[in-house]
Ligand binder design. Structure first.
Ligand code: ADP
Ligand code: MG
Length: 564
């Protein structure tokens, strides 16, 4: 087959431009991305071979190899993993499948500063293309395990790439970077230096469970025949299987970055080990920022599942409930079959128990933030409060624990949110209920005529602005025996104890105004149910009140976001 030339997708081209004119100052990470892809490819091959013994693939010495050639100024990362077919190379390398990429590129254009841009790049894990931060040309040669023909892909990172078939490609993939010219001013970025490679691998990829080898360049002074021994650069220890005291925070953070594609530090690392009939080890991470696509249907939730150190699947949804979909991490279970499928996991009793335990652990970690580290709690709630509140609707078993760590904007303070416990402490004598009002923004709620009487009487009202708030208040109903009541729904009696004189006055008023109310009711018949005198207004002449059980349009939007 002749060499074919293809055009990159528009998004891919934009991303490549970004890489070439690298806004990201830490170029070293391209090596982490390539090693990470190689490691994934080895995981995939091992699993495929385990599931299909007939697969014609060599699996006795799965590893990653890094070669540098100072003379030619090339750096090659090679693996003998699953490889890619001709079609796959075009599909996987030539396009950007991630639906969030368009948003990403738009945000990136708007990001004012370098730090903002770096953060955004981190969220989207540009992966393979990051090679163009260090190279002006990349070549990839690959052969899918079980197939006989290989494929070569080349590109200079501009508008096009080429594909051709090759006959003698070894199983797996090798990616060769033709490095940009050396910068004599800046030895720090000399990727032909074995010392530099060693350092980068150690820093970013030490926990990779496959050996990462480097063959030192032949030493001219040594006698000709002896080929130098390859050196293994990483320690290959699965972090979740090591004891807490042996692992540094930095190491945990690198694992987090590897599995999450986030280049920022996580907010917290959570370890959990279970022994006994169903053994597992887990390492969960709470990110420090909510990803852009958290509220889209496409968002991939779930953590990685391993069985006795063997990678089984990404995005394993069965391990955590949907409202904890932002949590990343690894669960390594001892007693599962390697052939376990997503469907089986959904129904497995042990997995369900594991999910409950992990859920409680995450919630108790948030509780710890709250009691021990106010800043961390504030960050957590700002980023993930909205999604956590979905749990109030869907997870009745834990709704109390979620309520305990929830906080809400309130009329009590302009900028400090309050917990429900805080609200209850400040409740007025004789006040039985917790009042709230939902709306689009704090300002629109505060301007609502419904608020007038509450402001007048100095009664605190929670200001709820998330779509999910409409739902959970009904689902939960009360907090410590105190009803949650919307100031916009049903009749509200703010004076507590009925006072006969006031009652009499109201009855008289109702009589006086009966004619007017009746007439208004007739005029507005098509739009409203009833016109009545109000005790809740002090300044505005009228307001619309909904029935205690009506729902709002914001809900529909939220259910869609939750994928229901
Ligand atoms: P990601 O790793 O986040 O999927 P990348 O840009 O790093 O994104 O890689 C894109 C895809 O190309 C991978 O998902 C994988 O399918 C394929 N790929 C990249 N490198 C390799 C490799 N060494 N072996 C096999 N497939 C690879
Ligand atoms: Mg990758």
């Amino acid at each position: 087959m002749p060499t074919e030339t293809f055009e990159f997708q528009v998004e891919a081209r934009q991303l490549l431009q970004l890489m070439i004119h690298s806004v990201y100052s830490n170029k070293d990470v391209f090596l982490r991305e390539l090693v990470s892809n190689a490691s994934d490819a080895l995981d995939k091959l091992r699993l495929e071979k385990l599931r299909d013994d007939a697969l014609d693939a060599e699996v006795s010495d799965l590893h990653i190899e890094i070669d540098v050639d100072k003379e030619a100024r090339t750096l090659t990362v090679r693996d003998n993993g699953i490889g890619m077919s001709y079609e796959e190379v075009g599909k996987l390398i030539g396009t950007i499948a991630n639906s969030g990429t368009a948003t990403f590129l738009k945000d990136l254009k708007e990001a004012q500063d370098e730090a903002g841009a770096e953060g955004l790049i981190g969220q989207f894990g540009v992966g393979f293309y990051s090679g163009f931060m260090a190279a002006d040309e990349m070549t990839l040669v690959t052969r899918r395990a079980g197939e006989t023909q290989g494929t070569r892909w080349t590109s200079r990172g501009e508008a096009t790439y080429t594909l051709e078939t090759v006959d003698d490609a070894p199983q797996g993939t090798s990616v060769t970077l033709h490095l940009k010219p050396a910068d004599p001013e800046n030895q720090l970025h000399d990727y032909t230096s074995p010392w530099k490679i060693r350092e980068i691998v150690k820093r970013y990829s030490d926990f990779i469970t496959w050996p990462i080898r480097m063959v030192p360049e032949a030493d001219a002074s040594a006698d000709g025949d002896s080929t130098p021994e390859p050196e293994t650069l990483n320690s290959m220890k699965a972090l979740w299987a090591r004891s807490r005291s042996e692992v540094s925070d930095d190491e945990y953070h690198e694992l987090y970055k590897h599995i999450s594609h986030d280049w920022r530090e996580p907010l917290e690392t959570i370890r959990l080990q279970a022994e006994g009939t169903f053994e597992y080890q887990s390492l969960l991470f709470i990110p420090s920022h909510a990803p852009h696509d958290l509220f889209t249907r496409e968002f991939k939730r779930g953590v990685q599942l391993y069985v006795k150190r063997v990678f089984i699947m990404d995005d394993c949804e069965a391990l955590l409930p949907p409202y904890l979909r932002f949590v990343k991490g690894v669960v390594d279970a001892a007693d599962l079959s390697l052939n376990v499928s997503r469907e089986i996991l959904q129904q497995d009793r042990h997995i369900l128990m594991m999910q409950r335990r992990l859920t409680k652990k995450v919630l108790s970690t948030v509780k710890d933030f709250m009691t021990k580290d106010a800043d961390r709690y504030a960050t957590f709630w700002r980023e993930f409060g909205t999604v956590l509140k979905e749990g109030l609707v869907t997870d009745s078993e834990n709704s109390e624990a979620i309520l305990a760590v929830a906080s809400f904007a309130t009329t009590h303070s302009d900028d400090e949110p309050t917990t429900l416990a805080g609200y209850v402490e400040r409740m007025k004598d004789g006040q039985d209920d917790i009042y709230y009002l939902t709306g689009d923004s704090r300002q629109s709620i505060e301007n609502s005529p419904h608020m007038e009487a509450f402001r007048d009487k100095g009664i605190e009202v929670l200001l709820l602005t998330d779509a999910v708030d409409e739902v959970w208040v009904d689902a939960v109903g009360e907090y410590e025996g105190k009803k949650l009541r919307s100031v916009a729904k049903g009749e509200i009696d703010l004076d507590g104890e009925k006072d006969e004189k006031a009652d009499g006055e109201r009855a008289k008023q109702a009589e006086d105004y009966a004619g007017l109310l009746g007439w208004m009711g007739e005029q507005l018949e098509a739009d409203i149910k009833e016109v009545r005198l109000s005790t809740r207004l002090t300044v505005s002449p009228a307001c619309v009140v909904s029935d205690a059980h009506d729902l709002t349009p914001a809900l529909e939007q939220m259910y869609r976001a939750m994928g229901q």
